[in-house]
Design a protein around this ligand. Structure first.
Ligand code: ASP
Length: 425
């Protein structure tokens, strides 16, 4: 029988990440065939895929069960409306702030000036969903299919309705309610077990990425890269810091210390969706947001709130306009803010999705979509960083909404001792 605490786990993941980066960079220098076929495409790809699949495995059951439990513990129906309204409004606001900040940074620093356009700048844009189809698609025609496909908005919708149904049934559905609550405990234990895999999984993912990244691609785009990173940092530390202070008066240091654990997973998986189980765990058990708020804000945020992605899109739009020497008007800037904010609603938090919505933004302001080909080579590294910002936004809004609804434990938030989430195996 062994016991493990999550603090050691966090330290092990950090060590795995650093080791992965170093070994990955060393492997990138090797030209031996077996390094690519056996190590990178073989062991590392398999290890990384198993890790991501094991996280994804829990997303639908966790969101489904946890949200039903959350809805059944709401005090009344109007609370659901309030939580929904505040969450949606805050997600839209933070994204609009993020992209405005990005447009400002890019306009001041001008990362695209003097770029030599290369002929390999090509990118085939996928069809972006229309707003009408996004709204229609929130309602599942077949909830089982929604779960099978991992369609998060549809799963959220169905879980809320079931939760309301259980509430209306009262004592007649007491057994269904306690089954859901117990199943939730079981799923959380499965998550804790799978976390044992995390250091190995993170090591495989990070090593593979650094071994295949091709840092030489960054040099010609260094200015673009740095502007995106600077805007991400400004938003993460500046905008979020101010919002948290003004709206909750909670200590920033504690918030950042605790969300660091989510960053590790967001960074290595580059997927807000795959990170949902970890985000939910930290937001509820370490930041102190009650399940009735977190079970709604976290999965919704992973799907519709992408501040980091919006930042990349803002900088990329200005970069591409400058590289093609196309001037942008104030109306173009406003169109970019509106389109990027709305575009993020219809796309799930998976790796690389930001480029698809970027195509939508570029189309809207008449900029060449093939310009995405200029930045695609270094997008994965930026994807990892912006996903960390995306999930931080979800955690922040969860705290703000939780606190404003009295669904927040300040003592859990302030408790910096070693987490007591231990499990016996
Ligand atoms: N990978 C990001 C996420 O999952 C989305 C993106 O920017 O491509 O949040």
């Amino acid at each position: 029988m062994t016991m493990f605490g999550t603090n050691n786990l966090t330290r092990n993941i950090v060590v795995a990440m650093i080791l992965g980066a170093i070994i990955g960079l060393l492997l990138a220098e090797s030209s031996a065939g077996w390094v690519n076929s056996f190590l990178i495409e073989g062991i590392l790809t398999t290890g990384g895929d198993i890790f991501i699949r094991s996280l994804k495995m829990l997303v639908v059951p966790l969101v489904f069960l946890s949200l039903i439990e959350g809805v059944t513990s709401l005090s009344d129906l109007s609370q659901l409306g309030r939580v929904g309204g505040k969450t949606f409004g805050l997600y839209l606001c933070t994204t609009a702030i993020a992209i405005s900040l990005a447009l400002l940074c890019a306009s001041l620093i001008q990362p695209g000036m003097g770029i030599e356009l290369t002929s390999d700048a090509n990118f085939q844009a996928k069809e972006a969903p229309s707003l009408a189809s996004v709204i229609t698609n929130i309602v599942p025609s077949n909830p089982i299919k929604a779960m099978v496909e991992g369609n998060m908005l549809q799963v959220i919708m169905f879980a809320i309705l079931l939760g309301l149904g259980i509430n209306l049934a009262g004592p007649k559905a007491a057994q269904v309610q306690s089954f859901v609550n117990q199943a939730n405990v079981v799923i959380m234990n499965v998550l804790t077990m799978l976390m044992l895999l995390a250091p190995f999984g993170v090591f495989c993912l990070v090593t593979k990425i650094f071994a295949t990244l091709g840092f030489s691609a960054i040099l010609p785009l260094l200015k673009y890269f740095l502007v995106v990173v600077a805007a991400l940092l400004l938003h993460m530390l500046g905008s979020y810091g101010i919002l948290l202070k003004v709206l909750t008066r909670l200590p920033l240091r504690v918030f950042y210390k605790k969300v660091r654990e989510i960053w590790l997973f967001a960074f290595s998986t580059a997927s807000s969706n795959a990170t949902i189980p970890v985000t939910m765990n930290i937001v509820e058990n370490r930041l102190g947001v009650h399940n009735k708020v977190a079970s709604f804000t976290v999965p919704l945020g992973a799907t519709i709130n992408m501040d980091g992605t919006a930042i990349m899109q803002g900088v990329a739009t200005v970069f591409i306009a400058q590289a093609y020497n196309i001037p942008m008007t104030i109306t173009d800037f406003l169109t970019v803010i509106a389109t990027a904010t709305l575009a993020s609603i219809g796309t799930a938090g998976v790796p690389g999705v930001g480029l698809i919505t970027l195509a939508m933004v570029l189309n809207q302001v008449g900029l060449p979509v093939e310009g995405i080909g200029l930045i695609i080579g270094i997008d994965r590294l930026l994807d990892m960083m912006r996903t960390a910002v995306n999930v931080t936004g979800d955690a922040l809004v969860s705290c703000v909404v939780g606190k404003s609804e009295g669904a927040f434990s300040e003592s859990i938030f302030r408790d910096e001792s070693t987490p007591k989430t231990e499990i016996n195996i």
